[in-house]
Design a protein around this ligand. Structure first.
Ligand code: NAD
Length: 506
């Protein structure tokens, strides 16, 4: 463990604040934030959190850096991001290991997260030459109309524990090529991952003469996080996390008429119809429901199976679940690591109790494990869609199974949930897949056919509808969220005609 931290430039007790210029030691008396290994419960390191004065200093530095950064040509900004992507390639193994250590993801998923950052850097480099605006036909003679995109300013990024590095990269690289500076408030459950990323960035930025573009603001105090959210000097707050906290953030930013980009909870479903390739469906469902111990926003939480296939599919799932090795996330044979903390284990246990009271039948698992660390069994429960517990996101590996007769019914049940992130249909019937993808089909931000609900590529815009918050990040035209659109009209003639043909004082 120590060599990983050393390779990433982290000392055992570190400062929580960085403006990208330097690290400083905090003298304050704020309690140290403990970084804990969820597989063992042991402390990995202590991190000194920021004070309100630190926040003010970080913000001022970020504003100053913005004034210079916005004037740097976008392709040059892309070049800096390219170099950060390169530095991440060099540290992929160590950073992937740190993700596993600090949040309990298996090593393959920890590495995958860093790969996602690298992919995002590559994508952003290309995008830096494609910040396109449209041209329009003016109704007035000798006039030209067009739109252009300008940077927004310093933006705030608040991230969840379960994607401790990739979510930052989705936001930060696009924001950087757009000309914004970024202040990151990571989850206090994953401060070391954030420090490691900041250190990698600092090194590249200092070498390139652009210190201060990315900054880190570590706190575990909601009131300090709220100070950031309420700060009108941050035109955009990108928030990834749960619905209750997202609601507070949206309302606080809305009060000051700022912008939000919200990536909140999911309650994702897979539908398996009677023509589906069952083996493919089983693999996708197990990865979606058990991967990351059910702690992904896109985790498969509900399964709607055609009634004729219920027995067969459940039998195959139980067989597959029995082969899932639970344990140390750094062991290459492990498929499922721990939950993030004991509160998450309590949430899992409470959900199982509630669904049983409703009449749910536990088909597999259902127990917290009594070993060291925060381990639980992957669980399958026969349930009903309208039960309150099924309508909520429990952040753990619980899969609720339900049956249907017609695809219309399955789609209606899938859409009958407050959240709208990811959805999937397994079918080999072209008409049914068309129906699922039509305007009267899935109401989610992501709709997949013969692919599970989790594991999105960065090339598409990522995000969800309804309580998931409506934000879109990563690919497609998500870059627009980090810029302001300006419509410009130039009169190159000698008359001053008014729009709508209005005559004024003539
Ligand atoms: P959380 O809501 O508890 O915390 C998210 C972040 O908000 C953390 O950085 C936390 O410190 C901060 N925070 C807490 N109180 C705050 C306040 N009052 N004001 C501002 N910030 C505050 O979420 P979590 O447990 O870290 O993550 C799990 C949740 O995140 C799940 O619901 C999951 O679905 C969601 N998530 C969504 C996506 C997505 O893209 N849709 C991705 C990852 C996680």
């Amino acid at each position: 463990m120590n060599h990983v931290l050393r390779d990433l430039g982290i000392q055992a007790v570190n400062s929580g604040g960085s403006t990208g210029h330097q690290w400083w030691s905090l003298q304050g008396d704020r309690p140290i934030v403990q970084s804990l290994n969820p597989a063992t419960g042991e402390t990995i390191a202590g991190v000194s959190p920021c004070s309100p004065e630190d926040y003010e200093r970080i913000l001022k530095d970020s504003m100053e850096a913005f004034r210079a950064w916005r004037a740097v040509p976008a392709p040059k900004r892309g070049e800096v991001v390219r170099l950060i992507g390169q530095a991440l390639r060099e540290k992929k193994d160590q950073l992937g290991t740190l993700v596993s250590l600090e949040v309990g993801k298996i090593k393959a998923e920890g590495d995958g997260e860093v790969q996602e950052m690298i992919d995002m850097a590559d994508f952003s480099v290309g995008q830096s030459r494609m910040l396109y605006g449209a041209t329009m036909q003016s109704e007035r003679p000798a006039h030209r109309m067009s739109e252009q995109w300008h940077p927004l300013g310093p933006i705030g990024v608040i991230s969840a524990f379960n994607f401790p590095v990739a979510v930052w990269a989705w936001n930060a690289f696009l924001a950087a090529i757009a000309g914004d500076t970024v202040i990151w408030k990571p989850s206090p459950k994953a401060p070391l991952c954030a420090i490691a990323v900041q250190k990698i960035c600092n090194q590249v930025m200092q070498q390139q003469g652009f210190a201060g573009i990315f900054s880190l603001f570590i706190t575990d105090e909601p009131t300090l996080a709220e100070q950031m959210v309420q700060d009108h000097r941050l035109p955009l707050i990108s928030f990834t996390g749960s619905v209750p906290v997202g609601r507070r953030v949206a309302s606080a930013v809305g009060q000051r008429l700022g912008r939000t980009l919200l990536e909140l909870s999911g309650n994702n479903a897979v539908i398996v119809d009677e023509t589906a390739d069952l083996d493919m469906a089983v693999r996708a469902i197990v990865f979606g429901a058990v991967g990351t111990a059910g702690q992904r926003c896109t985790t498969t939480r509900r399964l709607f199976v055609h009634e004729s296939l219920y027995d067969q599919l459940v039998a195959k799932l139980i067989k597959a679940y029995a082969q899932v090795r639970i344990g140390n996330p750094l062991d290459p044979t492990t498929l499922m690591g721990p939950l993030i903390d004991q509160a998450a284990v309590h949430g899992y246990v409470a959900a199982i109790e509630e669904v049983k009271k409703e009449g749910g039948e536990v088909l597999y698992g259902g127990q917290a494990l009594t070993r060291t660390g925060h381990f639980v069994e992957p669980t399958i429960v026969r349930a009903q869609n309208h039960w309150p517990i099924v309508q909520r996101e429990t952040f753990g590996p619980i899969l609720y199974v339900m049956t249907f007769r017609t695809l219309e019914d399955a789609i209606a049940m899938q859409n009958n949930a407050p959240q709208g992130l990811s959805s999937a249909l397994f079918s080999n019937d072209v008409r049914r897949t068309g129906q699922f993808l039509s305007a009267s089909g899935s109401d989610c931000g992501i709709a997949n056919v013969n692919i599970g609900t989790s594991g999105a590529e960065i090339g598409g815009a990522f995000g969800g509808e309804k309580e998931t918050g409506g934000g879109r990040e990563a690919g497609s035209d998500a870059w627009k969220a980090y810029m302001r659109r300006q419509t410009t009209t130039v009169n190159w003639g000698t008359e001053l005609p008014l729009a709508q043909g209005i005559k004024f004082g003539e």
